[in-house]
Each structure stands twice: as C-alpha cells, then as structure tokens.
Design a protein around this ligand. Structure first.
Ligand code: NZQ
Ligand code: ZN
Length: 385
C-alpha cells in the first residue's frame, strides 16, 4: 500500500433539518458573509429564503448567477466583493460549480494578482477565507475535498486546482434538497460519482484492499439508488445514499494507499472546455469507451473483479466477465436517460485532435492506469461519436 495523507477536516452535518445549524457553523468565522449561489434553483426550492432567515444577525453580501462549469469571470466578481467588503467567510449554497467558484474566490480574496493564476498554478494559493457549504447536488464531493475546477471560455481551458485550505470548514448535506433536481442532473451527478470511483479503483495494484472494497460498495449504492431517485425524486433513502456516496467518493477515503493519474476526467474536461457540456454526461459517454479501449491482459483481472464484486457476474472467463461488466456500465447510464454519444449532445469530430492534444498537454496521462498518448485519446473520443 502507498503512503498517504488522510485528513478528514470538514465538519459534515448530514440529514433532515441540518440547515438550522448554519448560524452556529458560520459564527466562529465572523459576521460578514459572502453568500454564493447559482442560477436560481435555491430561490425556487425555498433554500434562499431559509438561509437569509437563519443569517438575519449576520451581514450578508450576495453573489448569484454562478454558472455550471463555473467561469473565471464569476470568480473575479466574488473576489472583488471579498476584498471591497472585507468578507470574513464565504458560504456556498449549491452544487459543485457554486462550491468550486466559492473556493477560488476565497483564495483570490488574499491574492493581489489575477485570480486565473490560482487555477493555473496552485502553488500560488496562500491564505484562503473560511468556506462553509450547503450542498444541493450529489456529484462532485467538493463539499469535503480540496479541489476546484474553473473554466476560462476565452482560452477554452477548464482546469482543476487544489489546496488543503480549500477544504470547507463545514458542509450541510440535507438529502431533501436533492428532491428538486431535474432527472438529468440526478443521472449526471451519479455518473460523476461513479467516475470518481473508477478513476481511483482502476489503478495499478498496490494492495489497497480496503480502499477497493469501500469503492465497490459506493458503486453498488449508485447502481441501486439512482434508478429509485429517478422514479421517486422524493425518496429520502435513495437521495441520502447518493448524497453520502458523492461525499465519500472524492474526499480521499478511497484513494488511501492508491496512486496514479486519472483518465476520463481529463478527457471530459476538454469536452467541457470546448463545448460547455454537463460534466457527468461527458463522463458517462467517455467511460465505457475508455474501459473497452484499455481492456487487455494487464487489466482484464481488475475489470473481471469489478464485474464480480459490483455487478455480481458469475462468468468465470475473465475476458467475458470484464466485457459483461463494461456493457452493464454502459447500459446503466443509458437506462438513467443519459445521451450516450457525442453527436447527441452536439459534438462532431472537428475538434477531436485539438481536444486530444490539450488532454495530454495539461495532464500526466503517462501516469494513468494505462498510459495514453494523443492518438489514444483521439481514438477514444472517436469511439464516443
Ligand atoms: O445554478 P442553479 O440554478 O443552482 O442550478 C444548478 C445547475 O443548473 C442545478 N441544481 C443544483 N442543485 C439543484 C439544482 N436544480 C434543482 N434543484 C437543486 N437542488 O444543477 C445544475 C448543475 O449544477 P452544478 O453545480 O454545475 O453541478 P455539479 O455539482 O455536477 O458540478 C459540476 C462542476 O463541478 C466540477 C465539474 O467539472 C463542473 O464544473 N467538478 C468538481 C470537482 C471537485 N470540486 O472536486 C470534481 C469533479 O470531478 C468535477 O470536475
Ligand atoms: Zn467529476
């Protein structure tokens, strides 16, 4: 097993009514709060009013309108408010996009230069304002992790940055806030959770038995509960298990003792950078094609293990079992209603080469589970058309 750092830092308040803890979670950090949110879903489901009511004794400034695939332009706006109003704490209310944007705003509050520098070069991130979140979408794990992903549409770049100081001080995770999600966001969010697990599970064997068994149980939770949440949006058990799966899938628990670079996320980030698509949809399209592309003697046992432990496939032949597991993965995404080809979401072959080139430029694809070069990435993208 590899060496690792595991620092479970964020105070998670999980379950019905936990939003009432908000004043107690914000108060230690000060009175001046920047409340960051997205395009309006929290106004529709009543969360906006609830937060304002709970923070009546605080001085609350607001930045709404953070976009899916959050843009650096929003980060600049938030950073300017933090500096001008001498904000004490940033409160993100929303999905991963809102939380990610809030993280970089909180860092840019202490940075004299252009906020995009902090995305391109995480070593420039110094002090960060305290961050508290209220999660409304089960997907990214941003509520408990050190990552933020920001897009710059002028340069067609979507890049991840990270800092241990980005870890939220506290996150409120009430599954009832997921009831209002559109079906496609529920499905795409689940595909994102599953992809986070795949990226960590499919790595060179380092004997991290416990991490892999955790990973398999999280995958089973997604497979069991996403269809239920799609059919019954207000099924609490389904929403609760998906929400907890999203947090545990990317808070470093299942990467303990494992290592290596990711594959599908770097490829998907290029699709988003050029076409501004929904992250989880891009991942669902890429994942089965990537799995098939890298299936060979060196990887077949791991894919068969995935088939046996996650999908309960009893086929003894390793290749047959692996292929059945990959087919089951693709069928699952289809059954969740996700469009499964790039053409269906308006992407043709015209930018495949540049996206493949950028994937290699920005990521250590040579350190992935199976090392990929530009031609490999282009081949995988062509298989997605
Ligand atoms: O903007 P509003 O109006 O809030 O609507 C959002 C948005 O349109 C809506 N939504 C969120 N909660 C809702 C809701 N609608 C109704 N009811 C609710 N309860 O859903 C849409 C998508 O929201 P977004 O925040 O963009 O989704 P998600 O949480 O999937 O975040 C995606 C972003 O996170 C990045 C992705 O690349 C993408 O930019 N990632 C961040 C990671 C991290 N920080 O660790 C890792 C991930 O791999 C990922 O790259
Ligand atoms: Zn993701």
């Amino acid at each position: 097993m590899n060496n690792f750092r595991y620092h479970a830092y964020t105070d998670i308040r999980f379950g019905k009514g936990q939003v009432n803890c908000l004043p107690e979670l914000v108060a230690p950090h000060g009175k001046k709060v920047l409340m960051v949110y997205g395009g309006g879903s929290i106004r529709k489901n009543g969360l906006y009013d609830k937060v304002k009511e709970l923070l009546a004794d605080f001085e609350v400034f607001e930045l709404g309108g953070v976009e899916p695939n959050p843009k650096i332009t929003s980060v600049r706006e938030g950073a300017a408010i933090c500096k001008k109003e001498k904000i004490d704490v940033v409160l993100a209310v929303g999905g991963g996009s809102t939380i990610d944007a809030a993280k970089v705003m909180a860092a840019a509050a202490y940075y004299e230069g252009e906020p995009w520098d902090l995305v391109v070069d995480s070593s420039k991130i110094g002090k960060v304002l305290p961050i508290v979140t209220i999660l409304t979408l089960a997907a990214t794990g941003s509520e408990m992790n050190k990552n933020a992903v920001i897009s710059n549409m002028e340069t067609n770049e979507k890049l991840g940055t990270s800092s241990h100081y980005f870890k939220p001080q506290a996150s409120i995770c009430d599954p009832e806030y997921l009831y209002s999600l559109p079906a496609m966001q529920t499905a795409a969010g689940t595909a994102d959770i599953m992809s986070h697990i795949f990226e960590q599970y499919f790595q060179k064997d380092s004997g991290a038995f416990i991490s892999d068994r955790f990973a398999e149980s999280l995958l089973q939770a997604c497979i069991k509960y996403c269809p239920i949440a799609l059919k019954e949006p207000d099924n609490y058990e389904a929403r609760a298990n998906l929400m907890w799966a999203s947090t545990q899938a990317l808070n470093s628990l299942i990467s303990c003792g494992k290592g290596g670079a990711w594959t599908c996320h770097p490829i998907e980030h290029e699709l988003s950078a050029y076409y501004d698509i929904t992250h989880g949809v891009g991942l669902a399209i890429v994942t089965p094609r990537w799995m098939r592309y890298i299936l060979k003697d060196e990887t077949v046992e791991k894919f068969a293990e995935y088939g046996r432990n996650v999908w309960s496939i009893t086929e003894e032949d390793a290749y047959k079992c692996a292929n059945m597991a990959i087919d089951a993965t693709e069928q699952f995404f289809k059954d969740c209603g996700i469009p499964m080809t790039l053409r269906e979401i308006g992407i043709d072959e015209s930018k495949i080469d540049i996206m493949a080139e950028d994937t290699i430029k920005y990521n250590a694809m040579d350190k992935a589970y199976v090392a990929l070069d530009k031609e490999d990435v282009a081949n995988i993208l062509r298989a997605c058309l």
